[in-house]
Design a protein around this ligand. Structure first.
Ligand code: GLN
Length: 193
């Protein structure tokens, strides 16, 4: 049974924990550096990236998170969590800086706060069945480094919304808010190695 931590400083951490437990993983809340011990994987949930970054600094989580990312721990950032995991968010917000992507925060503007879209994602089980993705004030990935694999694009604009760089994963949307748990299962397969 994989032991998956979920960063629980702010945002949609309870929803991730619920999905993980339903899938049989051992899910725990991470608020302090000592909560990171013994994990097989870690999810950085969506929320408000400025708030999460500030709290992560206050709780001295940045150094241990950077070490775990560099050491190969599977990490998955969703929405604000993707921003936190990225190398570049276009401003001076402190980031983990492990995933070689540039993100544009609130890329869809205030006119379009949230929307849903069907994505084709070939790495998921039943790849012929599209994944209904929920975007909430979502970032867009505007650059990916050479080691980053694009997992999903938005159909109309071709914007990049899901990526993987080895043990690191980022999605601009919120898979924990739908019943489709295929992204969680995919992440568990990385964590179970
Ligand atoms: N726009 C938010 C931010 O910049 C992210 C929104 C989300 O996680 N749903 O932090």
């Amino acid at each position: 049974m994989a032991r998956i931590g979920v960063l629980a400083l702010q945002g949609a951490f309870r929803e991730h924990i619920r999905v993980l437990r339903r899938l049989g993983a051992k899910a725990s809340e991470v608020r302090l550096p000592q909560h990171l011990a013994g994990l097989d994987g870690l999810i950085l949930p969506g929320g408000e990236s400025t708030t999460v970054s500030k709290l992560a600094a206050d709780y001295q989580l940045f150094d241990p998170l950077r070490e775990l990312a560099a050491g190969g721990l599977p990490l998955w950032g969703t929405c604000a969590g993707l921003i936190l995991l990225a190398c570049d968010a276009g401003d001076d917000l402190p980031l983990i800086g492990a995933l070689d992507v540039r993100v544009k925060r609130n890329a869809f503007g205030s006119q379009v706060d949230s929307f849903e879209a069907d994505l084709a994602v070939s790495v998921l089980t039943e790849p012929e069945r599209s994944f209904r993705a929920v975007f909430i004030r979502a970032p867009l990935i505007s650059y990916v480094g050479p080691d980053v694999k694009v997992l999903a694009n938005l159909e109309d604009t071709n914007g990049i919304v899901a990526v993987q760089q080895g043990h690191l994963m980022g999605t601009a949307f919120h898979p924990e808010l739908t019943d489709d748990d295929r992204f969680h299962r995919y992440f568990l397969s990385l964590a179970e190695g």
